[in-house]
Ligand binder design. Structure first.
Ligand code: AQP
Length: 344
C-alpha cells in the first residue's frame, strides 16, 4: 500500500509549468492508483508565507488553486485535497522536527544557498548576509518533511529533481527521530521519491529561467485559466532565436526547445518525434501548432474552472471535508509522536 503526498503553493494561479511538471502527473497517479493506495494533495499556505504575500492575493490564490485542482480532475471522493493551514498538525510536527534537525544540514540546502546568493546580490551595504532572510525560508524543508511524514508516514512522494535534496533531508529527519525515540516499531519509514517523467517548462520571456507564478512579467507564463486569445498572444510573443528552421537544441536554442517540449508534452509524445515534423518549417508554424495544442488541452479544464469558481459553497465544502479527513489521518501519527517524545 502506498501513501502518496504532494503539495502546491498558493502563490498564484497555476501555470503550464506547474501543470506539465506536476499537476498532470497527480491526475495520472490518481487514475493509475490501486484501490488500497491513499493520495493526499495539499495547497501549502504555510510554505507560501516564506516569501511576502499580500493577504488578499494569498487568499484568492488558495481558492483559485483548489478550483484548478478539481477542474483538472483531482477527485475529492478519491484523493484527500486540503489546505495545509487547516491542519495544525503540520506545524506541530515541524516544530518537533526543528528540534532534532542540525542547523548545518539546512545551511547545505541548495534552495537556501541560492536565496543567500540572491540576497547578497541585492544588498548594497548593510544586509550582505543571511540577516535579511527570514527563519521560515531557512526552515521550510523541515516543514516539508513534516508534510510528508505526517500522513500515516507517506511513503511515496512525487516530486521533480529540484526536490531530491529536500526528500533526502526528510529521510535524515525520519531516521533521526526513529533513533532518538526508539520503540519496538520504528515510527517513520524512510520516504522514497516517485520519479516523474515531468518536464521543466521555461519562461516564455526569458527561456534561461523556469516558468514561474511569481515572475513579474505576466506574459512569461500561460495560466491554466487563460483564454484562447491570451494563450495565442503569449505564444506569439514568446522569445525564441533568429536561427532559421526548427531543431531541438536546449543549450543553444532554449526558447525553441521550450516550445517543442510544450508541444511534445501536450501530444504526449517524445520530443524527437515532435521535432521530426518540422523539417523545412519555421517558428511561425511551430508557434501556431503549440497554440492550438495548448488551447485544446486547457479548454475543458478552463471551462470547468469557471463553473467551479461560481460555486463557492461547493468549494468550501470540499475544503472542509478534505481538512477533516487530513486531520483525522494525521492525528494517528501525532498521538504516537507525542507519546514517544513525552508530550502526550
Ligand atoms: N516551470 C516549471 N516547470 C515544471 N514544473 C514546475 N513546477 C513549478 N514550476 C515549474 C512544479 O510545480 C509544483 C508546484 O510548485 P510550487 O507551488 O511548489 O512552486 P514553485 O516550484 O516554487 O514554482 P512556481 O509555481 O513558479 O511558484 P513560485 O513563483 O511561487 O516559485 C512543483 O512540483 C514544482 O516542481
Amino acid at each position: 500500500r502506498r501513501v502518496i503526498f504532494s503539495g502546491i503553493q498558493p502563490t498564484g494561479v497555476p501555470h503550464l509549468g506547474n501543470y506539465l511538471g506536476a499537476l498532470a502527473n497527480w491526475v495520472k497517479l490518481q487514475r493509475d492508483a490501486l484501490p488500497e493506495d491513499e493520495l493526499l494533495f495539499s495547497i501549502v499556505g504555510w510554505h507560501a508565507m516564506t516569501l511576502p504575500q499580500p493577504p488578499k492575493q494569498l487568499s484568492d490564490a488558495r481558492t483559485d488553486i483548489l478550483a484548478v485542482l478539481l477542474a483538472i480532475g483531482i477527485d475529492p471522493t478519491r484523493s484527500i485535497i486540503f489546505h495545509q493551514e487547516h491542519n495544525p498538525n503540520h506545524t506541530e510536527l515541524a516544530w518537533i522536527f526543528n528540534c532534532i534537525t542540525p542547523v548545518g544540514k539546512l545551511r547545505r540546502m541548495t534552495t537556501w544557498k541560492s536565496r543567500l546568493a540572491a540576497s547578497k546580490n541585492q544588498g548594497d551595504d548593510a544586509e550582505m548576509d543571511e540577516t535579511g532572510l527570514n527563519v521560515g525560508l531557512f526552515a521550510y524543508p523541515v516543514l516539508q518533511a513534516a508534510d510528508i511524514l505526517l500522513y500515516n508516514r507517506a511513503t511515496h512522494v512525487p516530486v521533480g529533481d529540484d526536490q531530491t535534496q529536500h526528500l533526502e533531508l526528510s529521510r535524515v529527519i525520519a531516521d533521526q527521530f526513529n533513533r532518538n525515540f526508539k520503540a519496538k516499531r520504528q515510527l517513520f519509514p524512510l520516504p522514497t521519491q516517485l520519479s516523474t517523467s515531468s518536464k521543466r517548462i521555461l519562461s516564455l520571456r526569458d527561456p534561461t529561467s523556469k516558468m514561474s507564478k511569481s515572475a513579474p512579467d505576466a506574459s512569461s507564463r500561460i495560466l491554466l485559466t487563460d483564454s484562447s486569445s491570451q494563450i495565442a498572444s503569449k505564444i506569439r510573443s514568446a522569445v525564441t532565436d533568429s536561427i532559421s528552421g526548427i531543431t531541438y537544441d536546449p543549450v543553444n536554442r532554449p526558447g525553441t526547445a521550450n516550445l517543442l517540449t510544450i508541444l511534445a508534452a501536450c501530444n504526449d509524445e517524445d520530443v524527437n518525434k515532435t521535432v521530426s515534423g518540422y523539417v523545412g518549417k519555421n517558428h511561425g508554424a511551430l508557434k501556431a501548432d503549440v497554440t492550438e495544442a495548448v488551447v485544446e488541452m486547457l479548454k475543458g479544464p478552463r471551462k470547468e474552472y469557471e463553473r467551479l469558481k461560481m460555486d463557492k459553497e461547493y468549494l468550501r465544502r470540499v475544503a472542509q471535508e478534505g481538512a477533516d479527513k487530513a486531520r483525522v489521518k494525521s492525528e494517528v501519527t501525532m498521538m504516537e509522536v507525542r507519546e514517544r517524545i513525552g508530550l502526550l
